[in-house]
Design a protein around this ligand. Structure first.
Ligand code: NAD
Length: 240
C-alpha cells in the first residue's frame, strides 16, 4: 500500500518579515542592531538580565502590533485542506501562525509570550507585553526568570519533534521551507537531502545553504510565493 502523502511546513523569520517583524542576520550577528551574544545566549543572559528582558519586551510589543500576513493565512488554509496530514514547524517565537488560524504549531525555539523560572522550572504566560521584574509566581525569585525562548547554547526540547519528522520522511511527503537562512537550523541538510519533495521559498539565495539540493526553489516574498504553491501541493497531496 502506498503511504498517505504528508505536508511539512518549516518556517523562519522571513515568514513574519512582511508583518513588520525584523529578521535576524547570522548566528553570531545582530538582531535589530543588538548583539545576539548579549541577549540570546545561555552563558551570558543572567549577567545581562535587564538588557535581555528589555529586548524581549520590545519583541512582544512589536509582536502585539503585528498582524498575520497572507503567507501565514495560506499555511492555515493548507491545514484546513489537509488537517490530519500537515505538520507545522516554526523557528519563530511570534504567534502569527496561530493568529492566522493555524493549530498545533511546533515552536522549535519557544514562544515570546512565555516566561519560565530556571530555578524551579515553573512556566507561565505573561499578562501584558512587558516583564515588570516580578518574582516567579511559584518560588518568588526574580533573577531566575527567563524568556521562554530557546537561547544559543540551550537545550531545545521541541527538536525531538523535528528529528522524528526528519527521520520519517518518505518520497510521498512534501516539505515547504519558508523564510530561513539556514544559519540556526540547516534546512538543506534536514529536508533537501531527504527522500521527500522539498520546496524552498526565500526572498533571495542564502549562502549558508546548499539550495541546489531542494527539488524546487522559489525566490520572492512569501506572501506572493506561497499562494502559487497550491497546484503543486494539490497534485502531490491529493494523489490517489
Ligand atoms: P534569518 O533571519 O536568519 O533569515 C531570514 C530569511 O528569510 C533570509 O533567508 C531571507 O532571505 C528570508 N526572507 C526575508 N524576508 C522574506 C520574505 N518576505 N519572504 C520570504 N523570505 C524572506 O531567519 P531564521 O533562519 O529563522 O533564523 C533566525 C532565528 O532568530 C530563528 O531561530 C528565529 O527563532 C529567530 N527569529 C525569530 C523571529 C520571529 O519570531 N518573528 C524574528 C527574527 C528572528
Amino acid at each position: 500500500m502506498v503511504p498517505t502523502p504528508r505536508l511539512i511546513v518549516f518556517s523562519g523569520a522571513g515568514l513574519s518579515a512582511e508583518s513588520g517583524l525584523a529578521t535576524f542576520r547570522g548566528a553570531t550577528g545582530l538582531w535589530e542592531g543588538i548583539s545576539i551574544r548579549t541577549v540570546c545566549h545561555i552563558d551570558t543572559w543572567e549577567d545581562n538580565f535587564d538588557a535581555v528582558h528589555d529586548f524581549y519586551d520590545a519583541r512582544r510589543e512589536a509582536g502585539a502590533k503585528a498582524e498575520p500576513n497572507p503567507a501565514h493565512r495560506t499555511i492555515a488554509a493548507w491545514q484546513k485542506a489537509w488537517p490530519d496530514r500537515i505538520h507545522i514547524l516554526t523557528q519563530n517565537i511570534d504567534r502569527l501562525l496561530e493568529g492566522a488560524g493555524c493549530e498545533q504549531v511546533v515552536h522549535l525555539h519557544g514562544d515570546i509570550r512565555i516566561l519560565w523560572c530556571v530555578q524551579c522550572r515553573h512556566e507561565w504566560e505573561i499578562a501584558g507585553n512587558r516583564y515588570e521584574r516580578a518574582g516567579c509566581p511559584a518560588c518568588g525569585k526574580i533573577r531566575t526568570v527567563k524568556p521562554g525562548v530557546v537561547f544559543f547554547g540551550e537545550n531545545a526540547p521541541r527538536y525531538d519533534d523535528l528529528w522524528q519528522i526528519v527521520a520519517s520522511l518518505r518520497k510521498e511527503d512534501t516539505v515547504v521551507v519558508i523564510g530561513t537562512s539556514g544559519t540556526v537550523l540547516p534546512a538543506d541538510q534536514l529536508f533537501a537531502r531527504s527522500k521527500a519533495y522539498s520546496i524552498l521559498v526565500n526572498l533571495e539565495p542564502a549562502q549558508q545553504m546548499d539550495e541546489g539540493a531542494f527539488s524546487e526553489r522559489r525566490y520572492g516574498p512569501a506572501t506572493q510565493e506561497l499562494p502559487t504553491l497550491w497546484p503543486t501541493l494539490r497534485s502531490r497531496m491529493d494523489r490517489e
